[in-house]
Design a protein around this ligand. Sequence first.
Ligand SMILES: NC(=O)c1ccc[n+]([C@@H]2O[C@H](COP(=O)([O-])OP(=O)(O)OC[C@H]3O[C@@H](n4cnc5c(N)ncnc54)[C@H](OP(=O)(O)O)[C@@H]3O)[C@@H](O)[C@H]2O)c1
Length: 155
Amino acid sequence: MASTTSAPTPGLTALVFGASGVTGHALLKALLAHQGSPSFARVIGLTNRPLSSAIAQLPKDQRLELYSGCDLLDREKSLLQLQHIPGIGDVTHVYYAAYGGHGSDFKELRRVNEEMLTNAIGGVEVVCGEGLRFVTLNTGGKVCSALSRRLRMRG
Ligand SMILES: NC(=O)c1ccc[n+]([C@@H]2O[C@H](COP(=O)([O-])OP(=O)(O)OC[C@H]3O[C@@H](n4cnc5c(N)ncnc54)[C@H](OP(=O)(O)O)[C@@H]3O)[C@@H](O)[C@H]2O)c1
């Protein structure tokens, strides 16, 4: 879809987990260009390892903020990292594109990715306010049981 030039919608904030990855990086660019997405006033990209806009060849855009050090395999540290992001409570849209355990067998891949997703969504539930209206994840069978557990808990 082509990008448009309309002004950002006040109050819409996107949070992207795995912003340095193949999917997350493409998502950041699409969200800033609002291709097939609402027009965000802020786009927050989260990574584990440090990432700079210049190295990632991301557009110079004051709506874009990058935060690193959010290790989703460490529940407490990742929650603390989320809590330190200014205005995190205003996030309206969450895009989950983190992916760990490359090269592992399926059992380990599932363990790692379930843990990461559980910690990410657990953190979102703690830090995001009532304005949160949309959560999406780009994944497959490797996180099925984490998802179904979470859905059962939510009734
Ligand atoms: N790539 C594709 O063509 C494709 C196609 C269809 C579906 N998918 C699915 O999309 C999802 C993402 O895949 P991808 O190819 O975009 O993955 P990727 O390029 O390997 O990126 C993974 C992302 O996850 C982050 N990450 C890894 N370990 C982390 C940790 N412990 N804590 C926090 N962040 C961590 C990485 O950040 P750091 O660099 O900071 O570690 C990176 O930003 C997967 O579920 C995949 O199956 C991908």
